[in-house]
Design a protein around this ligand. Structure first.
Ligand code: PGA
Length: 349
């Protein structure tokens, strides 16, 4: 339900779980004894707000005017200023503070016994990795095996797609809820093979992304230009269009749960890697596009991966780039030793 209201001066004893308030003038408002868990407040004027005796667990306040706002008598702006001055390095969002994520995209490979063997080998090799998020995105049939094999390890499991409806007459499809219920954490969406061979469009990628987020999954959304689009010099137009459409209607707080994988279509499975400079150029462009849409702080916080023939030999140079925060790895993720080398490269990147 969307409501527009004016001149609120008191909200009292309400339950407002997961409420989203944006672009509103809420100055001088008083919130008292409210259940405000999960509330998201963006681009609002909260000057002289008074929040008392309320549960703000998981609340998110972004890009808001805060002067004079107090929470249980504590001046929020003063608290923020103190924090910024004393812990400045923690607030400087840059590559060092973004999460590097190396995700394997197994595609249509591995039976269950093969999946278990690969993960058993991998988990021993990467057990001491702490600063890189390791993800294996596996075929649906391998999810249960993969979840069991990696339980209690630092390897997260992802799926390779999900449908956008919650349930229903969609023969052969799998919903985001079904994945989340299993314990799956990530899902690859909009992979170019899905777009090319299974007629997926930016519109359905957008719907899938929203469905995945609603189910609590972390989407890895793939974007990338075709070879002829690059040759026609329209790479940036193509990427900007994909970003705008794939994330249309997705709020900043949700965008932060997404990973973006820049995968030039001409580099996938072809052995032709984008040069590190080409990868950096487009990843930086993606970040600049996000900054225009969501603001610099949000853009700086998003993990942007490169994908396309990334391997043990070229990973270090790719992930050393300022805007390349990891990789989505196809072929090389099917060999534990190669995948480990890539993960270790990201640890140092
Ligand atoms: P590749 O695949 O590493 O085999 O090129 C990457 C991907 O499709 O995600």
């Amino acid at each position: 339900m969307n409501i527009k209201c004016e001149n609120i001066t008191l909200i009292s004893e309400c339950s407002s779980n997961d409420l989203h308030i944006e672009r509103s003038g809420l100055q001088n408002a008083a919130f008292s004894e409210n259940d405000m868990r999960g509330i998201v407040i963006e681009q609002c004027n909260l000057s002289n707000n008074c929040v008392r005796h309320s549960d703000l667990t998981g609340a998110c306040i972004e890009s808001c005017k805060l002067d004079g706002m107090t929470i249980d008598g504590i001046n929020v702006q003063q608290m923020m200023d103190f924090y910024k001055n004393n812990f400045k390095e923690n607030l400087t969002m840059n590559k060092a503070t973004r999460k590097a994520i190396i995700a394997g995209n197994w595609k249509m490979n591995k039976t269950r016994p093969e999946a278990k063997a690969l993960l058993d080998e991998l988990k021993g090799m990467v057990a001491d990795i702490k600063t890189v998020e390791i993800v294996a995105c596996v075929p649906f049939t391998n999810l249960e095996t993969a979840l069991a094999a990696t339980e209690g390890t630092n390897i997260k499991i992802g799926a390779e797609n999900c449908h956008f409806e919650k349930s229903g007459a969609f023969t052969g499809e799998i919903s985001a809820d079904m994945l989340a219920e299993m314990g799956v954490e990530y899902v690859v969406l909009g992979h170019s093979e899905r777009r090319q061979y299974f007629a997926e469009t930016d519109e359905t990628v957008n719907k899938r992304t929203k469905a995945a987020l609603a189910a609590g999954l972390k989407p890895i959304v793939c974007v990338g230009e075709l070879l002829w689009e690059r040759e026609c010099n329209i790479t940036e137009e193509v990427i900007a269009r994909q970003i705008k459409l794939d994330f249309f209607g997705i709020k900043a707080a949700d965008l932060k749960k997404c990973v973006i994988a820049y995968e030039p279509v001409w580099a996938i499975g072809t052995g032709k890697t984008a040069t590190a400079d080409q990868a950096e150029e487009v990843c930086a462009f993606i970040r600049a596009t996000l900054a225009k849409l969501y603001g610099a702080d949000v853009a700086e916080a998003i993990t942007i991966q490169y994908g396309g023939s990334m391997n043990a030999a070229n990973a270090a140079e790719l992930v050393s780039k300022k805007n390349v925060d990891g990789g989505l790895i196809g072929g090389a993720s099917l060999k534990a030793a190669d995948f480990t080398t890539i993960i270790k490269a990201a640890e140092n990147g």
